[in-house]
Design a protein around this ligand. Structure first.
Ligand code: FUL
Length: 486
């Protein structure tokens, strides 16, 4: 064959080999965009709803903050039944429970070797009781994870404010973390310092909130005992406060903040805690803590002020529906039981959640996307409705503006849109909107900023034949695990 012919033929062969290889080349999963959650943080996001339990001498004195001079004798629940607490929480859909092992008054719900101001000196079970043990065991028996609140501020201790108190506090942490099995979350309260009994001194004591407890050393000590524990405080290091106690998560809710200059109790950081920051350097998601009653502790006069099922559902939408985890406080009463009004509200809330989110219209619908990554089936829009949290729809790296359309066979009434990012690869979406097809026209019915672990948008009962989600802006190409329509 002459050379003039061979050269073009060779060229064609090489070109078709290249094209052929490109066709067969599987496009990789998107790269993670840092920061990303740890496995423990991911598991925590999936819990969605946890319960707080505030119980101490305050339950019997009617106070919210015990002064520290309360006698252990007054702690005397007569019909205490932790299985009633855990059974109710389980039925209501909670996944974990955090108990106040010690509140600011200093009384411990477990027998501590380091103080006399504890349950061992109360009439409860003739001083043989240990509520940390009882709650931990009952929680686990009901399939709930167990967590602990141990107030760093102690209005009972004579040496609060001195070095020796920090040693005392650490000793109590050792007791908690060695005697009661796995603890999923340790809650460090930012409320620290003020007036108190302090062993009879009855004075005002202020501490240097940033340095007094030497948190890095304290946390390292706990982590050595239980490496999987998540630390909550105003500013992390694992979970952050949402900046209010009203049950309101940020509509814009980045799971990231830059915690370097933050510390528990630092003033003026509420707004930052609420929204997080899209350029934050660490994954420190917001937890929404609020109480089912006006107070954190049980007070008889608040029996008529328990949040209704509808109010609790609103709290759910404002916390879980905004990509946070809810920590809802339910305080046992003087008998040592959840009051019937609280129980009714919790179960009522569960009924509302179950009925509102019963019939996902996105299932059995026609779903399509403006494009999907590499044109590959493993990144196609079907993964948004496959009920598998580990699969997702995604686009090519350079495609941010994109959309997903869900078409119904017949006109449907739509009230809620639920979206979830695949956050193991980082939080991405900055702006999106929802359109509904009404009389053949696309009409915007909702818009949002962040999505994160979960975003539920409420729309005013729209009758529509199709829903379109437009992803408008993001830190990187969208990676969406789940879409539900109700
Ligand atoms: C606050 C405390 O002062 C309240 O009593 C309650 O424990 C709440 C969860 O945190 O900072």
């Amino acid at each position: 064959m002459n050379r003039k012919l061979i050269q073009p033929l060779l060229g064609i062969c090489i070109l078709s080999m290249v094209l052929c290889c490109q066709e067969n080349k599987q496009i990789e999963a998107p790269q993670a965009i840092e920061p990303t959650p740890s496995p423990e943080q991911l598991a925590w996001h999936e819990m969605e709803m946890n319960a707080f339990i505030h119980f101490t001498t305050n339950t019997f004195t009617g106070k919210e903050w015990g002064y520290g001079d309360e006698s252990a004798e007054i702690f005397n629940p007569t019909d205490l039944d932790v299985d009633q607490w855990m059974g109710t929480l389980k039925k209501a859909g909670f996944k974990g429970v955090i108990l106040t092992a010690k509140h600011h008054d200093g009384f411990t719900l477990y027998p501590s070797d380091y103080t006399e101001h504890d349950i061992a000196n109360s009439p409860y079970k003739n001083g043989k009781g240990d509520l940390v043990k009882e709650v931990a065991e009952s929680a686990r028996a009901h399939g709930l994870k167990f967590g602990v609140y141990l107030s760093p501020w102690d209005r009972n201790r004579a040496d609060y404010g001195e070095e020796s108190y920090v040693r005392y506090y650490r000793n109590q942490l050792k007791e908690i973390f060695t005697n009661y099995g796995d603890i999923f979350e340790m809650w460090f309260d930012g409320a620290n310092g003020g007036d108190g009994y302090y062993g009879g001194a009855k004075e005002e004591r202020r501490i240097d909130k940033q340095n007094y407890y030497n948190w890095p050393t304290t946390l390292a000590m706990v982590e050595k005992m239980q490496p999987s524990v998540l630390f909550f405080s105003d500013a992390g290091p694992d979970l952050r406060w949402v900046g209010n106690e009203k049950g309101i998560g940020g509509k814009t809710n980045w799971n990231m903040i830059t915690a370097d200059t933050l510390f528990a109790g630092k003033a003026g950081i509420g707004d930052l805690l609420q929204t997080g920051s899209k350029d934050g350097t660490a994954w420190i998601p917001a937890e929404v803590n609020t109480s089912i009653r006006p107070g954190w502790f049980y007070h008889e006069e608040e029996d008529s002020l328990v949040k209704s099922p509808e109010e609790l559902f609103r709290v759910y939408l404002q916390s879980v529906g905004r990509g946070s985890t809810l920590l809802l406080n339910v305080p046992p009463d003087k008998r040592g039981l959840f009051h019937q009004n609280d129980v009714a509200s919790l179960l009522g809330m569960r009924r509302i959640i179950d009925s509102v989110f019963a019939d996902d219209l996105a299932l059995n619908s026609q779903i399509s996307a403006s494009s999907y990554r590499g044109g590959q089936e493993n990144f196609s829009a079907e993964h948004l409705i496959d009920k598998n949290a580990k699969t997702y729809w995604s686009t090519n790296d350079d495609i941010i503006k994109s959309s997903v359309v869900v078409e119904f066979e017949t006109k449907q009434e739509v009230n809620y849109i639920l979206l979830q990012e695949y956050i193991a690869l980082g939080q991405r979406i900055k702006e999106f909107n929802v359109e509904a097809q009404v009389d053949g026209q696309w009409k915007q019915v909702a818009k949002g900023t962040t999505i994160g672990y979960k975003r539920i948008l409420e729309i005013l009962s729209v009758k529509t034949t199709a829903i379109k989600i437009n992803f408008i802006d993001a830190r990187a190409n969208p990676v969406i695990a789940n879409l539900e329509i109700y």
